[in-house]
Ligand binder design. Structure first.
Ligand code: ARG
Length: 463
């Protein structure tokens, strides 16, 4: 088995079923360019350690550069006989540098430290791309908030009308978790910035190679402190996967609301034609498929994370072949978000909100009851009493047929409920009054929301 990295002690080659199960080139080929970058750095430390002459180093580097160009152009591809990306690229190197020189590169490294390092390089690059995609969603949300600085909407808890809030306030409430996701990716990068190269199979190298040099050449802050940890741990892959699952969950929460908002019953938004789909039988349909796919794919991202955690659970140290199963879920998570993020930001930025409908609904469902209670507190009534009184106002409204809203109670009706309920209470029985009164930091008063919008935009710009 000429291409194999490990033929020597075997009398026969692997059975077809063994080779088929073992094979990973159909997914790990994605890492080929990182592998070649690692090989170049490794060639340089071999030279530094006196294990390659200058001529050999030059020959090795030019063969690797040629191989890289062939990989990028698709001229070099994994063959049926290649077990994994490392084996395939070794074959490519031997074809270009000759078996004599090419055969020297593998000294002092193992696929175990190679793969651990390549995956970190991949995840660091993809983290940056995902962060940019998440920031586009944030930008879509803040742009909509900016477009509707004063529009009220019914704020809900338990999906029931609770208190009026500004639409901008609500939209920004979706932006902050996403900003924290970007923060998480940045923070995770600090931990991923250590290279496993030099760990060898698990115990390190005896050849006088300098792991710090390889690490710096590959853009890491330094090498890992422990070669067993370097080759056996996948907590960073799991942490990355958790962040992608969290992003999926955050997108699905936005999406669920878009789906509800676009119903006939809510009528808060209209989806743009370019970001919705039709039905093959019902000519009138306009469906929120992006939002539904985002909601569905959140499940898939959670599955990627839980599958990986299940693989890691109870694995003994150090490397085990189970660890090869880390890649497909994490690649899937990356590919899923690359598809999803631009679709969601496009959907959000092209939503048409209906401020009139939102404003009409904002005071309904007795959503100003808390304002009555808090107004009474400002008149010196204890909150326990004020809460009861406001509750009685709601009950009085419900005794009418059709049911009244709080502002429709007469002065006499109010006074009969409690003597402190003078007509002056009407100042908070409007949505505008209610909104304006919630003016502490983080509240829904227009002046605070305007500040909050600026803070969110600033936070996004600072990344
Ligand atoms: N393809 C493996 C992985 O993805 C790396 C190869 C390690 N193989 C081995 N027999 N030690 O984890």
């Amino acid at each position: 088995n000429k291409g194999s990295l490990w033929g020597g002690r075997f009398a026969t080659g692997p059975a077809d079923v063994m080779a088929a199960l073992s094979k990973s080139t159909h997914f790990d080929w994605k890492l080929a360019r990182y592998d070649i970058a690692g090989s170049k750095a490794h060639a340089r430390v071999l030279h530094r350690a006196g294990l390659l002459t200058q001529d050999e180093l030059d020959g090795m580097l030019s063969a690797l550069t040629e191989l890289e160009a062939d990989v990028v152009a698709g001229r070099f591809q994994p063959a049926e006989s290649d077990e994994d990306v490392h084996g395939a690229l070794e074959r490519g190197l031997l074809e270009r540098a000759g078996t004599e020189l090419g055969g020297k590169l593998r000294a002092g490294r193992s696929r175990n430290d190679q793969i651990a390092t390549m995956v970190r390089m991949y995840l660091r690059d993809e983290s940056r791309r995902i962060a940019a995609g998440v920031l586009d969603v944030v930008e879509a949300l803040t742009a909509q908030a900016q477009k509707h600085p004063e529009a009220p909407m019914p704020g809900r808890t338990h999906l029931q009308h609770a208190q009026p809030v500004l639409l901008a306030h609500h939209l920004l409430a979706h932006a902050w978790p996403l900003l924290r996701d970007v923060d998480r990716l940045r923070d995770l990068d600090r931990r991923m910035a250590y290279s496993a190269y030099g760990s060898g199979a698990l115990a390190g190298s005896s050849l006088g190679l300098d792991p710090a040099q390889v690490a710096h050449e590959l853009g890491f802050n330094g090498p890992v402190e422990n070669s067993i940890d370097g080759t056996a741990s996948r907590d960073l892959v799991a942490e990355f996967s958790w962040v992608t699952a969290m992003i999926g969950v955050n997108l699905s929460r936005i999406s669920e609301e878009v789906i509800i908002w676009a119903t006939k019953e809510f009528g808060f938004v209209t989806l743009d034609d370019a970001y919705s789909t039709g039905s093959s039988i019902m000519p009138q349909k306009k469906n929120p498929d992006i939002a539904e796919l985002a909601r569905g794919k959140a499940g898939r991202l959670i599955g990627d994370l839980t599958g990986l955690l299940a693989t890691l659970k109870a694995l003994p140290l150090a490397y085990n072949r189970d660890l090869q199963e880390d890649k497909e879920p994490v690649f899937d998570a990356v590919d899923t978000l690359q598809l999803l993020l631009p679709a969601v930001s496009g959907m959000i930025s092209t939503l048409t909100f209906h401020p009139q409908r939102l404003a009409e609904l904002a005071p309904q469902g007795f959503s100003l009851a808390t304002d009555i209670a808090e107004w009474l507190v400002r008149q010196g009534v204890p909150f326990r009493v004020a809460h009861e009184v406001a509750g009685e106002c709601v009950r009085a409204c419900e005794q009418h047929s059709p049911v009244k809203e709080l502002h429709e109670l007469t002065d006499q009706e109010l006074a009969a409920i409690h003597p402190a309920l003078t007509p002056a209470v009407r100042e908070v029985l409007t949505v505008e009054g209610s909104l304006a009164s919630r003016d502490a930091v983080g509240g829904t008063a227009p002046v605070r929301v305007a500040e909050q919008l600026q803070a969110a935009q600033q936070k996004a710009a600072d990344f």
